[in-house]
Design a binder for this molecule. Structure first.
Ligand code: ADP
Ligand code: ZN
Length: 194
């Protein structure tokens, strides 16, 4: 199991596409999956911000990845893995047990700077982890966080993930330049019961 994580613009999709294309050169049967965002179905692509792309199957749940995995497939790649349900962890484990090479790419942190969905568990289980960094657009240091901007100002900690009618953008930023107004002092420690 391989994980490629980092903030937005860190090159996760680029790296996933690079590994997938190399598998094709090695004549391995490859399937790429990504979460279906809306009603689009059928064949789509994963595309990096640089424009490189590879065909991908949009799926609505982690169970659908298992169901759609072909017997001859030897490499399974999953992009935007942070958006999947918790079941994706067992799906990856099952695929690996069945002899597949599994490559997942996704955000390690959400816009609040907190661990994102199933990614922490996948990070722990993976044999190989690559944590990529973008460039902070404010200061030029390593961009390890994703800054969410709503209507021109940093998004509040408690802002809903989907804001209808709002103008939203995302930027790569470093730990220092990343702003989360109204973030509690130690939400992670509180969650863990510390
Ligand atoms: P990710 O999947 O992690 O969001 P992509 O693979 O889609 O990233 O895109 C990475 C590319 O984005 C880089 O190669 C570069 O061309 C471009 N890019 C745009 N803004 C930035 C930034 N702030 N830092 C680094 N790369 C950036
Ligand atoms: Zn910075």
């Amino acid at each position: 199991m391989e994980l490629v994580v980092g903030g937005m613009f860190s090159g996760k999709s680029e790296e996933l596409i690079r590994r997938v294309k190399r598998s094709v050169i090695a004549r391995r049967a490859v399937q790429v999956f990504k979460p279906a965002i809306d009603d689009r179905y059928g064949v789509e692509v994963v595309r990096s911000h640089d424009g490189d792309s590879f065909v991908a199957v949009p799926v609505r749940s982690s169970a659908e990845i298992l169901a759609r995995c072909q017997p001859e497939t030897s490499v399974v790649a999953i992009d935007e893995v942070q958006f999947f349900d918790p079941g994706v962890v067992d799906v990856c484990r099952t695929l690996v047990q069945r002899g597949r090479r599994v490559i997942c790419a996704g955000l390690d942190l959400d816009f609040r700077g907190e661990p994102f969905g199933p990614v922490p568990a996948l990070l722990a289980l993976a044999e190989r982890v690559d944590k990529l960094q973008a460039i902070c657009v404010v200061c030029g240091e390593a961009g390890t966080r994703t800054q969410r901007i709503v209507n021109g100002v940093p998004a509040y900690y408690e802002d809903p993930v989907i804001m209808i009618g709002a103008q939203e953008t995302y930027e790569a930023r470093c730990r220092t330049c990343h702003q989360v107004p109204r973030r509690a002092a130690a939400p992670l420690a509180a969650k863990a019961g510390a």
